[in-house]
Write a protein that binds this ligand. Structure first.
Ligand code: AMP
Length: 226
């Protein structure tokens, strides 16, 4: 990548956003702003934002737009101008996307690409039902309960396997409903803006990563025309 990239990573819960942002962060000098993880960190700290977030996590509902817009704005305005970023989990509603457009215009930092990870509903439920988090080894990361090698490695290194409270079955149903109602319309929003790149999330993390990298290389080095 030759110039700072401003990337939005979208996809239903369980499509692999956090796995992909972790892989991208290791590869590119991107500041990753993952709003869900940021809120979970606030819950651990028992901050005012964390206490608010906890109540929403219990039901699977989205936090209010004004709260999330304020939090993301505060983070983005503090970034060095040459620091590229990747947003994972924001925007999640049309008002959030509109606020982000205004903010990025003000900061003269146009969106480089919106990457939407697509996965059919059956697979989403299957992945979320088996998702656990490995905690205690730096930044928490997701793994699947059937992935014995990863589970063993987490435990062997001294990590803990936990279930995210919002991965409980009844909460998953509500999160998917919220995704369809509030977040899926953003696919059209960014398609109309000519920024959308849809990628199948069915492959291995490495396969999905390769497809994302190809898009990022193209958007940072557009082919010379004329
Ligand atoms: P995630 O880890 O991205 O699945 O997010 C976990 C939870 O955090 C979501 O189910 C929401 O309750 C909350 N959350 C994260 N990002 C946002 C956002 N942009 N707008 C509203 N709520 C959010």
């Amino acid at each position: 990548m030759t110039q700072p990239q401003h990337i939005i990573l979208m996809g239903a819960p369980g499509a692999g956003k956090s796995t992909q942002s972790r892989l991208l962060k290791a590869r590119y000098p991107l500041h990753v702003l993952a709003t869900g993880q940021m809120l979970r960190d606030e819950v651990t700290k028992r901050s005012a934002l964390g206490l608010l977030a906890e109540a929403y996590f219990e039901t699977g509902a989205l936090l209010p737009d004004d709260v999330m817009i304020a939090v993301v704005t505060e983070r983005l305005i503090r970034l060095a101008p040459n620091q590229g970023f990747l947003l994972d989990g924001f925007p999640r509603t049309v008002p959030q996307a509109e606020a982000l457009d205004k903010l990025l215009q003000r900061l003269a930092r146009p969106i480089s690409a919106v990457i939407a990870l697509s996965l059919d509903d059956k697979q989403v439920v299957q992945r979320l039902g088996g998702r656990r988090m490995c905690e205690g080894l730096g930044e928490p990361f997701p793994l699947h309960i059937d992935d014995k090698a990863s589970v063993d490695a987490c435990l062997r290194l001294g990590g803990r396997i936990v279930t995210r409270p919002d991965d409980e079955p009844e909460v998953i149903v509500e999160r998917l409903r919220m995704y369809e109602a509030e977040t899926a319309p953003l696919i059209d929003y960014y398609r109309r803006a000519g920024l959308l790149h849809t990628i199948s999330a069915e492959g291995t993390p490495e396969e999905v990563q390769a497809a994302i990298v190809q898009i990022l290389e193209q958007t940072s080095n557009p082919p010379v025309t004329g």
